[in-house]
Design a protein around this ligand. Sequence first.
Ligand code: ADP
Ligand code: MG
Length: 384
Amino acid sequence: MKGIISLKDLSIHSKKVLMRVDFNVCQDEKGQITDDTRIKAALPSIRWVLEHGGALILMSHLGRPKEKLPKFSLSPVAERLSALLGKKVVLASDCGGEDSLRLSKVLKPGEVLLLENLRFNPAEEKPEKDPSFAKSLANLGDVYVDDAFGAAHRAHSSITEVPKYFGAQKGAGLLLAKEVEWLEKTLTNPGRPFLALVGGAKISSKLGVLKALSEKADEVLIGGAMAFTLLKARGFSVGDSLVEEDTALPTSKNLILPLDFVCEKGGEIKIFSHEIPAGWKGMDIGPTTLKLFDEKIAKAKTVLWNGPMGVFEDPRFAAGTREVAQAIVRSGAVSIVGGGDSIFAIQQAGLEDKFTHVSTGGGATLEYIEYGKLPGIEALRQQD
Ligand code: ADP
Ligand code: MG
């Protein structure tokens, strides 16, 4: 990344390295971690610091706590990280407070300290509320590293304010750099044909991305519920399918809409083409669409995918998403997938290892595609 120092080029020996990671993992009702992908994704940077003689102070958010509740504690994360590293991980009881300061002072090279949930302090999400929060975090380390790609679209204290205190002693972690390099390469110089696949529920949240992708990709294949909003605007009947009214819709000619749908009405399932009768709800793309998408995907050299093709959580409507995933893998194209639900769907299909790059950040990926930059990345730039 131009103008940004890589973790590998920072001098970290005998230094305290303050690293922002994305440990916002999924948990069940009992607090058990159900998916530790994000912890594993940060391991290369973590190991790099420990193997190069740094003392590591990690910080992350978890969930959206309104107050300091035990269920939002990073304690299960500390345990899992410790198991993955095979080494002790000390958890501070606060985040930038007295306990953090005390523990960071005695931290030695090769040791790991994890601060408690950043969002226990309201100033994490609203830096203007209390600039001293960022300062107290910055105070803990000699070097700052951001490896939290999944949070790089947030202008939060630990992401955009803390690095201001580090001058040339700040840089990008290995995961962050890898994520950005893939996106940069795909968006600026993709192998063609370059296909984008966009699905999911809400078109309003993906309008900017659709527009950006329709300019960069040769074609954009649309699935998921957003297809109905587009079809309705073109005068087709969509029955009781999910639509969003009053959205300014993209008109790009290279948007390819589904030809048929798997629809449901009171437990009954039927395939309809564009004209879905009243009472029926489109839940997945249909077989004719799958055939069309498969043909296009087979010829593609690059595929960027965000958003499931149907309500994949229900096995009756999972085929579209699963088969599109299989088609991408079969095509041998360079394949990049982003989005929490999309990744969950390819994991369900057992295909996550078959994609070229599976992004750890849904929102961050989408914002990068739309704007070509992210607050978390800009905050790492060296002034010249
Ligand atoms: P991602 O997390 O990959 O970015 P989104 O959050 O945008 O994806 O969308 C995922 C959601 O879209 C899923 O919960 C899925 O059930 C829903 N969805 C997909 N197709 C439909 C549909 N036809 N009708 C209603 N919801 C849909
Ligand atoms: Mg989602």
